[in-house]
Design a protein around this ligand. Structure first.
Ligand code: NAD
Length: 439
C-alpha cells in the first residue's frame, strides 16, 4: 500500500496526468468506457463469481453503469470553470480549481465496479491519482478495470488497485500521511474508524457513503397499487437485498395493509432464486456465510420480539453449497423493534402501518439512517410534502431506484456525509485556490 501511494504521489507531482489538458484526459476516459463496454460480459461475470449478484442485474448495474459514469465525467471535465471574484477595482480575485492530489478509495463488495466508477471517474477526470482498495470478497472486476485503464492510456502510477483486508490494507491507506482525500462506501462502523484514522494521521478529508434503512411509503391513493407492489418487491429483494438504497421498510397505509402485503408477497414468490450465472435468475446468492448468518440472526430476533414471518425466513438450496435465502417479509413490526431500526443488508422486508401523513413521516424519519426513501401517492401536494419532510438523500416518487448519473446519491444523518454521482461529486476531487492580485 505504501508503494502504491508513493507511485500515485510521484505520478501526480510530475504532471503526467494532473497537468495534461482536460480534453486529453477526456479522450482517455472515453477509451476506457469503450473498453468497459467491449469487456462487459467478462467484467460482469468476474464480479458475479466474486459476489453472487444475479448476472442479469450485474450486467446493467456494473459494466453498464460504470461505462456511463466514465463517459459522464469525461464529458464534464472540460466544462468546469474557475471564477473571477466580484472584487473592488484595483484588485483581481481568481478562484482556481485544482486536483486535490492523491485520492484513496475504499469500496464494498455489493456493486464493486459501479461504486468504484463513482469514485474513480470524477477523481481521475479532475486530474488526481488514485489508490483504490476493493472489498476482500470482490476485487476481480476492479483488477480487470485497472488493466483496461492502462490499455486506454491512463499513465502508470495514476490508478493503483491494491487488494487486501480492511484491517491491513484498508487501514494502511486510511492512515497514510500522503493521501489527501479518502472516499469510502461501506458500513457505518468502518466509516467511523476512517474518521479516527484521519484525525490520527494527516487530517485527510473523509467522505462517507454508508448504509440505510430506507422507508418505502405506500398510500392507499397510489396511482397503481399493482405496480407499486411489483416495484417494491424488486426494490428490496434484487441482489438479495444487498443494495444500500434497498427499500427495506415498507410503511403501508393501514386500510390497504393486508391486500398490499399479499400483493408484494405474490411478486416475491415469482422471483426465481438461484445460480447467479443463470440469466433467468432474478435473485442470486448472498455474498458470504457471514452475511447469511447475519440475515438469519435478524429473523431469529424478529421471532423473539413477536414479529410475524409472513413469507420466507429460511436459507434455501443448501445442497448446492451456495448461500441462498428466500425473499422474506416480516409483519407486525413495532418502531423500536430490531428489524425496524437496523440495516439487515439481506432479502428481508419489514412492514409497519400508519394512518396519517404525520404518522408516516414520523416512522420514515424514525431511524438513525437517511439514505433513500419511496413515496407512492396520486396526490401531488402530499408527494411534495413528503419529499420536503423526509430526511434522506433521495426520495423516489411512484417508483423505487434507478436514479442515473445526473443526480447525486448521498446520505443524511448517519448514512454519510458525501455525494457520489452528478457534477456535485466533482467538488470532493477539486481544491479551490485563490489568486489575489493587485492591479
Ligand atoms: P464494510 O464497511 O465492511 O467494508 C467496506 C470496505 O471497507 C471494504 O473494502 C473493507 O475491506 C474496508 N474496511 C473494513 N475494515 C476497514 C478498516 N478498519 N480500515 C479501512 N478499511 C476497512 O462494508 P461491506 O460489508 O463491504 O458493505 C456493506 C455496507 O456498505 C452496507 O452497510 C451498505 O449499506 C453500504 N453501502 C453503501 C452504499 C452507499 O452508496 N451509501 C452503497 C453500497 C453499500
Amino acid at each position: 500500500m505504501d508503494r502504491a501511494v508513493a507511485a500515485a504521489r510521484s505520478a501526480f507531482e510530475d504532471g503526467r496526468w494532473s497537468r495534461i489538458a482536460p480534453a486529453a484526459r477526456k479522450r482517455v476516459l472515453h477509451r476506457l468506457a469503450d473498453l468497459i463496454e467491449k469487456h462487459a460480459l467478462e467484467l460482469a461475470v468476474l464480479g458475479v463469481r466474486d459476489n453472487g449478484t444475479e448476472l442479469n442485474m450485474a450486467l446493467k448495474a456494473e459494466p453498464g453503469s460504470a461505462a456511463g459514469t466514465f463517459r459522464y465525467y469525461a464529458e464534464a471535465i472540460d466544462k468546469i470553470y474557475g471564477e473571477i471574484a466580484p472584487t473592488a477595482p484595483g484588485t483581481l480575485g481568481l478562484v482556481h480549481k485544482e486536483p486535490v492530489g492523491v485520492v484513496g478509495a475504499i469500496v464494498p463488495w455489493n456493486f464493486p465496479l459501479m461504486i468504484g466508477a463513482w469514485k474513480l471517474a470524477p477523481a481521475l477526470a479532475a486530474g488526481n491519482s488514485v489508490v483504490l482498495k476493493p472489498a476482500e470478497t470482490a476485487s476481480l472486476s476492479l483488477l480487470k478495470l485497472a488493466e483496461l485503464a492502462a490499455e486506454a492510456g491512463v499513465p502508470e502510477g495514476v490508478l493503483n488497485v491494491v487488494t487486501g483486508s480492511g484491517a491491513v490494507a484498508g487501514e494502511a491507506l486510511a492512515m497514510s500521511m500522503d493521501v489527501d482525500v479518502l472516499v469510502f462506501t461501506g458500513s457505518g462502523p468502518v466509516g467511523r474508524r476512517l474518521l479516527e484514522y484521519s484525525a490520527r494521521s494527516n487530517l485527510k478529508r473523509v467522505y462517507l457513503e454508508l448504509g440505510g434503512k430506507s422507508p418505502n411509503i405506500v398510500f392507499a391513493d397510489a396511482p397503481d397499487l399493482e405496480e407499486a407492489a411489483m416495484v417494491s418487491a424488486g426494490g428490496i429483494f434484487r441482489n438479495s437485498g444487498q443494495v444500500c438504497v434497498a427499500g427495506s421498510r415498507l410503511l403501508v397505509e393501514e386500510s390497504i395493509h393486508d391486500t398490499f402485503v399479499e400483493r408484494v408477497a405474490h411478486h416475491a414468490r415469482q422471483l426465481k432464486v438461484g445460480d447467479p450465472l443463470d440469466l433467468t435468475t432474478n435473485v442470486g446468492a448472498v455474498n458470504s456465510l457471514r452475511q447469511l448468518e447475519g440475515n438469519l440472526g435478524f429473523i431469529d430476533s424478529a421471532r423473539s420480539e413477536g414479529n410475524t414471518i409472513a413469507l420466507g425466513g429460511n436459507r434455501i438450496l443448501e445442497e448446492t453449497g451456495g448461500y441462498y435465502m428466500e425473499p422474506t417479509i416480516v409483519t407486525d413490526v413495532g418502531p423500536q423493534d430490531r428489524i425496524a431500526r437496523n440495516e439487515v443488508f439481506g432479502p428481508v422486508l419489514s412492514v409497519q402501518t400508519f394512518e396519517t401523513d404525520a404518522e408516516a413521516l414520523a416512522l420514515a424519519n424514525g431511524t438513525d439512517y437517511g439514505l433513500a426513501a419511496g413515496v407512492w401517492t396520486s396526490n401531488l401536494s402530499r408527494a411534495h410534502n413528503m419529499v420536503a419532510g423526509i430526511r434522506s438523500g433521495v426520495v423516489h416518487v411512484n417508483t423505487y431506484g434507478g436514479a442515473d448519473a445526473t443526480v447525486p446519491l448521498g446520505g443524511m444523518k448517519q448514512s454519510g456525509n458525501g455525494h457520489d454521482k452528478s457534477l456535485h461529486a466533482m467538488d470532493k476531487y477539486l481544491d479551490l485556490k485563490t489568486a489575489w492580485i493587485k492591479l
